[in-house]
Design a protein around this ligand. Structure first.
Ligand code: ARG
Length: 560
């Protein structure tokens, strides 16, 4: 039951649609005065009257019904009191019946969203810098799916470029199949770093690297096999991390996938008169739009990052016919996306407006918390493992008799990393701190997971919920009900703004409301009506928190 909708239906304002009215209605921070409020200053321009007068006129004309009990005007606000009992009853029934689909919707039915995320570089270490794109992208995939969209999660692999020629040179000089099998990605990083040190002293190595890269492009057997080996090892290694983080992809079509799909793009740009030669390179001039040119071909005819992205966008449109195509990539690449979206627009692709760069801030590690390895980067795997280890130590300290300690430590540790990365508005830079993400107090995953475990123990103690008659609700109870009712709106807003942190914040708010209720209201009381009502709240909180965490890729634990 959507009370905002019911309220919007009851009010008529000439020149303002019901949808608009709906969007003006809010839940006041303090529900003493009312459960919903309409700030009338939003209407004063169109109604040409002061907010206080508008509010009073509405209040005077208001007719209560079974849903909305009263409406009063206070300081230019219209405050509505709803039938809390009726609302709570319908909501709790809905949540308990819907279970893991509570909050889901079909607003996305028939629509497709492509989400380009994680998009790692082959043979490069998977470092902490990849955390945000991976968990933001994965959460967006889950959120859009929950809303009924068809989602295509794409790992646009960085698997093209002279660096693979360099890696072959390095492999031949300083490594072996055995060493790579043994050392995996760390070995590849080691020799890649060594290459750069040595090539400074011996510039001929770069010629050799170019030669090998050309061999890969030409499909030479040995070179291609080595390249495929590097790719296989990288994907196997990152897959371990993806599994931990509950991340999956529908496509791994990376940069090299577009090798044979760029000639037509260059042709089309030429035909449309968009290509210019500048210093031997082919560019699209974007000066008119206040941007540097977009490079399409180098002077030797080779293609660039942007060329591949344009080809990939055309391919995605043709293959998936997306309604939106998202790129979850750090703000360092803001210009690149602006440029290539503009090129698509200039090519006359009206769907260029559906391309979205979901930009986010940097993650760094609290200084001194970990020594850097393999060429000055902090490996994501090390961060996750260290968090799991620390979680394990906390459990050992606080609850040593817990069954399944390893499994719980894994869920708590990885959850803490994901939640920590999704806790704030995505564009903010984050400093990752082990102690902060693992704390049981404050805005953390353990706090939310602990709340779910608390719900479980209440349910285990009191038995299953058996239904109740309408009861008089106190404020702590209603505060939980009011939070519970917000979930679907939060999920929709998270999709609309590409902001998984809305779901994270929501989980914290709901957990806080529940924990206050838990302290204020005894659940296992004599009165069966009251007990069952409180048990129903507890069960609904467990379901809703679990659904919220699942959307973020975080597991809940039975006990903690
Ligand atoms: N591999 C790139 C990097 O690490 C990110 C690719 C993002 N996706 C894209 N379609 N450009 O910088």
């Amino acid at each position: 039951m959507d009370y905002k909708k019911i309220i919007a239906e009851k009010l008529t304002v000439e020149g303002v649609s019901k949808e608009e009215l709906y969007s003006f209605i809010e839940v006041p921070p303090n529900t003493d005065m009312g459960d919903y409020a309409l700030p009338c200053f939003k209407l004063s321009k169109i109604m040409r009257r002061p907010p206080v007068v508008i509010a009073q006129n509405f209040a005077d004309a208001f007719v209560p019904d079974e849903y909305i009990l009263s409406c009063t005007a206070i300081n230019g606000y219209l405050n509505f009191k709803i039938n809390r009992q009726g609302y709570a009853d319908a909501l709790l029934k809905n949540i308990i019946n819907s279970g893991d689909s509570y909050g889901a919707s079909n607003i996305g039915e028939g629509k497709t969203v492509c989400i380009d995320y994680s998009s790692i570089n082959i043979a490069k270490p998977f470092h902490i810098g990849h955390l945000s794109t991976t968990v933001i992208g994965s959460a967006l995939c889950k959120i859009f799916r929950f809303l009924g969209y068809k989602v295509v999660g794409i790992n646009h692999l960085g698997d093209y470029g002279t660096q693979f020629g360099k890696l072959i040179v390095a492999f031949k000089r300083w490594s072996s199949f055995d060493a790579v099998k043994e050392g995996r990605l760390k070995e590849l990083s080691r020799i890649y770093v060594k290459y750069h040190d040595e090539a400074k002293l011996d510039p001929k190595m770069d010629d050799e690297a170019r030669h090998y890269f050309k061999l890969i492009e030409d499909g030479d057997k040995e070179a291609s096999e080595l390249f495929e080996l590097f790719k296989k090892i990288t994907l196997e290694e990152v897959d371990k991390i993806y599994k931990l983080l509950n991340v999956t992809f529908d496509s791994y079509a990376g940069e090299s996938f577009y090798n044979d799909k760029m000639a037509p793009v260059v042709e089309e740009l030429k035909e449309k008169g968009l290509l210019k030669i500048s210093d031997g390179a082919s560019i699209v001039d974007l000066e008119e739009y206040g941007m540097p040119p977009c490079l399409i071909l180098k002077s030797d005819g080779s293609t660039l990052y942007a060329t591949r992205d344009i080809a990939a966008a055309l391919y995605r449109k043709n293959t998936y016919d997306f309604d939106k195509c998202l790129y979850v990539v750090a703000y360092q690449q803001n210009l690149h996306f602006k440029q290539f979206f503009k090129v698509l627009e200039l090519m006359g692709k009206d769907w260029a407006k559906d391309m979205v760069h979901v930009s986010y801030g940097m993650v760094s590690l609290e200084s001194g918390s970990m020594s850097t390895r393999s060429g000055n980067v902090v490996l994501l795997e090390d961060v996750i493992n260290k968090t799991i280890e620390k979680a394990r130590a906390v459990i050992e300290d606080k609850n040593p008799n817990l069954p399944d300690k390893d499994k719980i430590a894994k869920s708590v540790g990885t959850g803490a990393v994901i939640f920590g990365a999704l806790c704030n508005n995505k564009i903010k830079d984050i400093t990752f701190s082990y102690d902060k993400v693992l704390s049981f107090e404050g805005e953390t995953c353990p706090y939310v997971q602990y709340t779910v475990a608390r719900c479980n123990s209440v349910i285990a103690k009191c038995g299953e919920y058996e239904g109740y008659k309408n009861i008089e609700m106190n404020d702590s109870e209603y505060a939980v009900i009011s939070e519970l009712g917000r979930f679907s709106e939060v999920v929709k807003a998270a999709a609309e703004k590409y902001e998984p942190s809305f779901v994270t914040r929501y989980a914290l708010d709901l957990a806080t409301a529940f924990n206050k209720f838990y302290i204020d209201c005894k659940i296992a009381v004599e009165d069966a009506e009251v007990k069952n009502f409180r048990l129903a709240i507890t069960k609904a909180v467990k379901i809703t928190l679990t659904n919220a965490l699942t959307l973020l890729g975080i597991e809940t634990v039975e006990q903690m």
